[in-house]
Design a protein around this ligand. Structure first.
Ligand code: FAD
Length: 375
């Protein structure tokens, strides 16, 4: 055997899996087609939102609480700063499904928060032009993660604890056999006891029987200049998500001291394969987001100064695939995080290590079982 475990893809989830495996003393080797910390897949663009009162459903809260603890542990072990909990605003109508999920999450799990009516929002956060009927929900356990640097930090920490990382290594096949798994990389075949597939946008390559439920998508992020930059620094401008009628956007305070990231909370288009991504963005494709910025964010110049395209795999129900790869006993799949996986990557690293070590985890992942699509 070349190692006990192979991790296929050392990106957001794979780097955290490798760190957790190494922490548990499990001999692991990670294969990455680029290099840890690259920006060619799902983890590019300098910032990712962390939040705990979850509009996607309260079933995620225990994972998010654990993720927060693990981000802090990674910071402590590495001596690096990765997560700035500057707070987060969810903005939308009080009776919307998203706001209901956020309120139920906070209530059920006793999360620190404040509910702000339209007038209070206007006083505290004039950066947002509020619409009638909208409220603000302030999540204290929300903020900004540094994705590329976090991936690099976890991979380095894993290596310091004994894991191996092979960069520039594109895995072409993962082949289970009676006593383990063969991992094909170029003309070399590695043999391991178990494999963890964390290939992100390329998830379908390794799970062809689930492929019709998984779609790689293009996501575009846009940064807008601030008229008064100080009003958009993390201390004054929490991360935000606005789900209101036709408006589905998110935003992150200025990190470069000039521009503010505001982008649609929805993809720009489906791809038949992640390798087909065209990173060019036509000017007309930005009309919708520019209009929303002009209407709702009066302190920003509504023409972006930076535009970048990224990739992410989505499932048909918007929830990731986490568990045994159907039909392959020694292969664990953690992929298709459907636009909201980064914040939980640290917790899913633990899930991966738990599955490898014990075949189960105490974290709630039942709703993510890949078998729901194979059935
Ligand atoms: C623009 C954008 C904004 C987002 N905003 C947020 C946010 O604010 N908060 C949040 O929580 N989530 C957010 N997400 C989602 C989040 O970033 C993703 O869910 C998460 O990064 C997915 O992690 P992953 O490990 O599955 O994929 P990745 O991080 O892409 O990792 C997959 C890795 O596998 C490697 N790989 C693939 N195939 C092979 C192969 N054959 N051989 C070797 N290596 C391979 C890739 O190179 C890559 O490094 C956003 C996503 C995008 C694209």
């Amino acid at each position: 055997m070349d190692a006990r475990v192979a991790v296929i893809g050392v990106g957001s989830i794979g780097s955290m899996a490798l760190w957790q495996l190494a922490r548990q003393g499990i001999d692991a080797i990670g294969f990455e087609r680029y290099a840890p910390g690259h920006d060619q897949a799902a983890a590019g663009g300098e910032s990712r939102i962390f939040r705990t009162a979850y509009l996607e459903g309260p079933q995620y809260v225990p994972l998010l609480v654990r993720a927060r603890e693990l981000w802090r542990e990674l910071e402590q072990e590495s001596g690096q700063s990765l997560l700035n909990l500057n707070g987060g605003l969810m903005i939308g109508p009080e009776d919307s499904d998203s706001m209901r999920n956020v309120l139920v999450s906070a209530d059920r799990f006793d999360l620190p928060h404040e509910v702000l009516d339209t007038a209070e929002m206007g006083r505290r956060y004039p950066q947002h032009r509020m619409l009638p009927g909208e409220i603000g929900f302030f999540d204290e356990w929300a903020g900004v993660l540094r994705p590329e640097f976090a991936v690099l930090t976890a991979a380095r920490r894993a290596q310091a604890l004994g894991a191996r990382v092979v960069s520039g290594a594109r895995v072409t096949a993962v082949e289970p056999f009676d006593y383990g798994v063969r991992v094909h990389v170029g003309d070399r075949v590695y043999t391991v006891e178990q494999a963890v597939v964390t290939a992100g946008p390329w998830t379908a390559h390794f799970a062809p029987e689930l492929a019709r439920h998984v779609t790689p998508r293009k996501l575009v992020m846009t940064w807008y200049p601030a008229l008064d930059v100080d009003a958009y620094r993390p201390e004054r401008f929490p991360i935000f998500i606005r789900e209101s009628g036709e408006v589905h956007i998110f935003g992150i305070p200025t990190l470069d001291g000039g521009s503010v990231k505001v982008a649609p909370h929805a993809p720009y288009g489906d791809l038949s394969d992640a390798d087909d991504l065209d990173r060019n963005v036509a000017e007309g494709d930005l009309d919708a987001i520019n209009r929303v910025v002009a209407e709702l964010m009066p302190g920003l110049v509504p023409t972006p100064v930076r535009v970048s395209a990224y990739l992410e795999a989505y499932t048909t129900d918007g929830h990731a695939l986490v568990g045994q790869l159907p039909g392959a006993e020694n292969v664990w799949l953690l992929g298709a995080f459907s636009g909201h996986g980064f914040k939980m990557a640290s917790a899913f690293g633990q899930v991966a290590a738990d599955l490898v070590a014990n075949g189960k985890t105490s974290l709630p992942i039942e709703h993510l079982d890949p078998a729901r699509f194979a059935r």
